[in-house]
Design a protein around this ligand. Structure first.
Ligand SMILES: *Cc1c(COP(=O)(O)O)cnc(C)c1O
Length: 366
């Protein structure tokens, strides 16, 4: 029996998600230490001490199921951002929410719009539910919103926009997003995936929760994996019209967010200092990456996230492999159709120095 023959039609077209290489794996393979991982856009300051304390206080009470409604976490998010708790949906990472939106709104044969080079989870879920993917060619590596509007038809159910986008770092302004929303019919759900919004300077950030008030078909998703440093715990949240939150809540598995993730998220959402430190480091270090690229005539895509994508103008796989031998893990993105690029997460100053040194050595060897 070839089980792929009985998989749903969409699943037959899928290949597994390629995650960043774990440090332990490279240690085992090469027998080297002091590896720097700049591959998965994680927080370089490590796990927040406030979240660690919250988890320690909760450890003795893991026999019972977690709060299925995430009451306290939703209250914390609502208070922090001046929202109503009934607008909030919690997810096992925002990836789960991205899936939940598709399961809630799209049937097979409905159309889902997203950009070329957009976050890979959008094509993944679209294919998994056997919906029709409308992938709009990118403009300067970013979202072509006019192209999105032109692609909307009677079968369109969902539109995914990552802002900033991963893996390219492109950013759409408040004006661009709101002009777009004004032209999208209300029966089409627009998802604004803001996993990296905390890294964008406050004056540039999109006031997306205000847009949710203005456009009831808008869903904003946020992650605690990046600036908040909780990637290993898997927790994210969506903000929407309460009626949409109610629908999402019907599809969501009851205990999708574990108890430790919930208490850790509450702690770090109340710990502004931690996020600000990460954002500040990102700003100064991003500047150093841009300076480094300019100095060495390397092409990069300007990024508002906590990563930068370099264009080597030739296949980047050998450069990736050579960097591994120098103890630096970055992210190949050939799976996104970008075989000449590597995505590098912005790390601590000393990690970035190690990358700069390793890259120059690798490029000069060739
Ligand atoms: C990392 C990332 C996410 C989310 O991750 P979770 O860990 O599932 O919260 C969502 N969207 C984009 C564009 C990302 O890069």
């Amino acid at each position: 029996m070839q089980f792929i023959t009985i998989a749903n039609e969409g699943v037959k077209a899928l290949s597994p998600y390629q995650a960043g290489k774990p440090i332990e794996e490279l240690e085992r393979e090469l027998g080297i230490r002091n590896i720097v991982k700049l591959a998965s856009n994680e927080n370089p300051f490590g796990f927040p001490p406030s979240a660690k304390r919250a988890i320690e206080n909760r450890l003795d009470d893991l026999t019972r199921y977690p709060d299925a409604n995430g009451f306290e976490l939703k209250a914390t998010i609502a208070k922090k951002f001046a929202l109503q708790a009934n607008q909030i949906t919690l997810g096992n990472g925002s990836n789960e929410l991205i899936e939940l939106f598709a399961h809630t709104f799209a049937d097979s044969d409905d159309e889902i719009i997203y950009s070329q080079y957009a976050f890979i989870v959008y094509p993944l879920i679209t294919k998994a539910i056997n919906a029709v993917a409308r992938e709009i060619p990118a403009k300067n590596w970013g979202h072509d919103l006019a192209g999105f509007l032109a692609a909307i038809n009677d079968n369109t159910k969902l539109i995914y926009i990552a802002n900033p986008n991963n893996p390219t770092g492109n950013f759409l302004t408040q004006a661009e997003i709101s002009e777009f929303l004004a032209r999208v019919p209300e029966r089409v759900i627009v998802v604004l995936d803001e996993a990296y919004t905390e890294f964008t300077a406050p004056e540039e950030r999109v006031d997306s929760f205000a847009l949710v008030k203005q456009y009831p078909n808008l869903i904003v998703s946020r992650s605690l994996s990046k600036a908040y440093g909780l990637a290993g715990l898997r927790i994210g949240y969506a903000v929407s019209h309460p009626e949409i939150a109610d629908l999402l809540n019907r599809v969501r598995q009851p205990f999708n967010c574990n108890a430790l993730a919930q208490v850790a998220a509450i702690a770090v959402l109340n710990d502004d200092g931690f996020v600000q430190k990460a954002a500040q480091n990102n700003r100064t270090e991003m500047q150093r990456y841009e300076d480094f690229c300019r100095r060495h005539q390397l092409t990069y895509i300007p990024s508002k996230g906590n990563f930068i994508t370099l264009d080597f103008k030739r296949p980047a796989a050998p450069i990736y492999e050579a960097l591994l031998r120098e103890g630096v893990i970055v992210r190949p993105i050939a799976g996104y159709g970008m075989p000449n690029h590597l995505r590098v997460s912005i790390g601590l100053p000393q990690e970035n120095d190690k990358f700069f040194t390793a890259l120059l050595k690798v490029l000069n060897q060739r």
